[in-house]
Design a protein around this ligand. Structure first.
Ligand SMILES: Nc1ncnc2c1ncn2[C@@H]1O[C@H](COP(=O)(O)OP(=O)(O)O)[C@@H](O)[C@H]1O
Ligand SMILES: [Mg+2]
Length: 336
């Protein structure tokens, strides 16, 4: 089956600086596929290239190297008409719902404009009916109450629901959700994730879920796959539960061992994997070998010399580590 999206050796380099140009290696040599209706989570710390990867997947920025395919076709070689048809099928939900909504438009306008643009309603009344149906679907009820409100009248969680409603209008096949819950209240996060899950289940929409932590990722991408990113590259990839129960890459082990646990007794007892350094190398001056070498407690000389490739270690489970087979057995730090 042709995947919905495929990335082949995709890299993105940004040039920064006015007087002296520097090259930022935001995404390096990424290969991945997303099938129809699949969930892929992308996890990594701030600055590792998640947003850039999300935009590459969504076709919003052009790769410096490599190919991005939509249903087998290179999107950057599509004819204009073809590209125009593809474009609305991928929608992005931004981390910051404040920035993604026009503050001068009402809810009715924010949703009504694209409904009209895509030719989905003929009359004013029909537009209004469709907006009401959308608001109800994303849980902004009673819908009539919201129609004439402006974004600043809404809470962060409500704004994000409005952004979700707008993303649904062109009937997308893929939604890239870039840290969709990181700027909303803790108490509302779970219900927003449940809303996104519903879109996946009821409408069959595929998701790229971008996050900097594993707890929400495990919840959202439980039946999907997860890619762990470090300095622009994918260092481990596989089914989410498999990765969390059987982590191989020392970076993933380090994040897992530092994950917050609610039980203070366990939190005190557990052993956190100690890193050699807390500092991340700069994406401007990358180490020649493994990107994690400067922090990895298990590093050897080969790790300094050669960049490891992402390779299968079990069926469906890929790791970029030279010494994956020689690492100590993983025991979750919260177990005896
Ligand atoms: N438009 C841009 N111009 C220059 N550098 C950029 C641009 N966008 C991102 N970067 C750089 O690329 C790297 C990855 O950024 P980003 O993809 O936003 O990471 P994340 O979303 O994981 O925090 C960072 O070093 C960032 O400063
Ligand atoms: Mg980001």
């Amino acid at each position: 089956m042709t995947p919905l999206v495929e990335l082949r050796n995709v890299s993105k380099i940004f040039e920064r600086g006015f007087i002296r140009k520097v090259r930022v290696h935001a995404v390096r040599n990424v290969n991945l596929t997303i099938d129809k209706g699949e969930i892929l989570a992308v996890v990594g710390e701030s600055g590792c290239g998640k947003t850039t990867l999300g935009k590459l997947i969504a076709g919003l920025i052009k790769p410096t190297k490599g190919e991005v395919l939509w249903l087998g076709k290179n999107i950057w070689r599509m004819k204009r008409g073809e590209f125009k048809k593809y474009r609305p099928l991928v929608q992005l939900i931004h981390q910051d719902p404040y920035a993604s909504l026009n503050p001068a438009r009402t809810v009715l306008q924010i949703l009504g404009d694209p409904i009209r643009y895509y030719g989905l309603a003929k009359s004013k009344r029909e537009v209004r009916e469709k907006v009401i149906e959308l608001l109800r679907y994303v849980g902004l009820t009673p819908p009539e109450y919201f129609l004439n409100k402006y974004p600043h009248h809404l809470s962060g969680g409500m704004k994000q629901r409005l952004a979700v409603a707008r993303a649904l209008i062109p009937k997308p096949m893929l939604i890239v959700a870039d840290e969709p819950i990181s700027m909303i209240d803790m108490s509302l996060r779970l219900s927003l994730l449940d809303l996104l899950k519903r879109l996946h289940k009821e409408l069959g929409i595929a998701f790229v879920y971008i996050s900097h932590e594993l707890a929400s990722t495990r919840y959202f991408a439980h039946d999907g796959k997860t890619a762990i990113m470090y300095l622009g590259t994918i260092v481990e990839y596989g089914p989410t539960e498999q990765l969390i129960k059987n982590p191989v890459h020392p970076y993933l082990r380090a994040i897992l061992s530092a994950m917050p646990v609610p039980d203070p007794e366990i939190a005190r007892r557990r052993k956190v994997l100690e890193l050699k350094s807390l500092e991340l190398p700069s994406p401007i001056k990358l180490p020649p070998g493994c990107p994690f070498e400067t922090r990895c407690p298990f590093s050897r000389s080969i790790c300094k010399e050669k960049m490891p490739e992402l390779r299968p270690i079990e069926e469906d489970h890929y790791v970029a580590c030279h010494i994956a087979e020689e690492l100590p057995e993983w025991r979750p730090p919260w177990e005896e």
